[in-house]
Design a protein. Sequence first.
Length: 100
Amino acid sequence: MAANVIARKTLQAFWIRHPHAEVPLGTWYQIVSKGTWSGPSDIKAAFGANVDFVGDNRAIFDIDGNKYRLIVHFAYPFKTGLIKFVGTHDAYNRINPETV
């Protein structure tokens, strides 16, 4: 079963304000929504150095050469990813990725 990504509208709202983000975020969405993630190792295998992990099953993705950051909470048993944050690298530096 492919992953269910919740809050795609969050991505769309962001790329309306940042048009250069549309293609890389759209590509990320396509990859993740077709994935069958059973744990962080599966995501790491797909995204390599462009993903890090913090507590609460959250993955931090570097998007478009690290211009943007995306934080997603994964519920692996349910094959679901909930977008918690999408923003510029600057905006990311002002938040706590474990609590956003």
